[in-house]
Design a protein around this ligand. Sequence first.
Ligand SMILES: [Zn+2]
Length: 389
Amino acid sequence: MKKRMEAYLRVLCEEIGARPTGSEANRTAVEYVCEELKRSGLRISKQEFDCMDWSKEEGTLTVEKHKIPIAPAPYSLPCDLQGELICVHSLEELRTAPISGKIVVLCDALASEPLMPKSFIFWNPDEHKEIISLLENSGVKAVLTVSLSKECLLPVIEDGDFTVPCAMVLPEHVPLLCTGSLASLTLNTVRRPAKAANILAAYGSGKQKICLSAHIDTQPGTPGALDNASGVAVLLAVAAKLSGRELPCQIEFVLFNGEDYYSTPGEMLYLNTSLTHPDEYLCAFNIDGAGVKGKHTAYSFYECPQNLMESLTDLALKTGDFEQIEPWPQGDHTLFSFSGIPAIAITSEGIFELTDHVLHTESDTLEWIDREKLEVLVDFLLDAICKIA
Ligand SMILES: [Zn+2]
């Protein structure tokens, strides 16, 4: 078993590597996981959808002969243009500023939080929609957003449906971006139409099911070990160990494709096609960020009845090295809980401290992963399934 877990992790993170939704590598990862699930005797189906394969090379920004380091915002359109800069600091200012034909720099209040993608319907504040609409409909040539971090370039706009070329700059370079200065901006990016798919795999039969899910996609440029090869590997290992067991209900494995893609297309498809009968689900376990070395495995409950929480807490105590944490409102477990299905999110204690400098970067490697913890999690899930079924 140990050898198998190691092989899953190595193939996903090292042989395949970054596997963003829409990329060739993503399709390779989907094929690999399908083959492994088939080997374990599961019935496989795929939910295919349209998306975009986005790639980038360097971008350049020159302002009055100064070269300023930038990077294209994720999913940005390409461009090669000149224009006058205009710095805008608030929504009120954006409503009246003469931005037409210019390169708009979003500063201060306009660059204080990520703006929701246009297609994101669950939570999309009116101000976000208005900012995006003003930028798209005022003849703006390009947008520069000041990074949300001082140390690295974090996007304010991450939206493959945004119709204006967009790049990110560090706060330290803002003094060089004066209103009225002439700038040249080149962004070498490509948006290609592509396909991707969720994987659904079923073990056993019965009207009711227990769901185990993990997302298979990554951000571009990261090996995605914690986010989320470990979750995928755990699902594969559970599937392999289920082989031959008689259960009174069905076990559904879902490999979501799009957790780290701007419009979460795989999640939306599953929500609209598979989650239409929430009463079929006994509960759902979502695994994301599991197996950090030196940290407890962390679990949290969403919409779970008392007896389920007690029974799983009991099991967690018996297994050891588990810790209950406060629920958090992001990630694929919310798809289930919003549909009224009891959900359990499994991750690692302190995972949020790794956001930005490990997760979604090239540092998210297998170095972080304690294989032993993943094996323990596999056995925990098998025990949980038997208890709940
Ligand atoms: Zn993730």
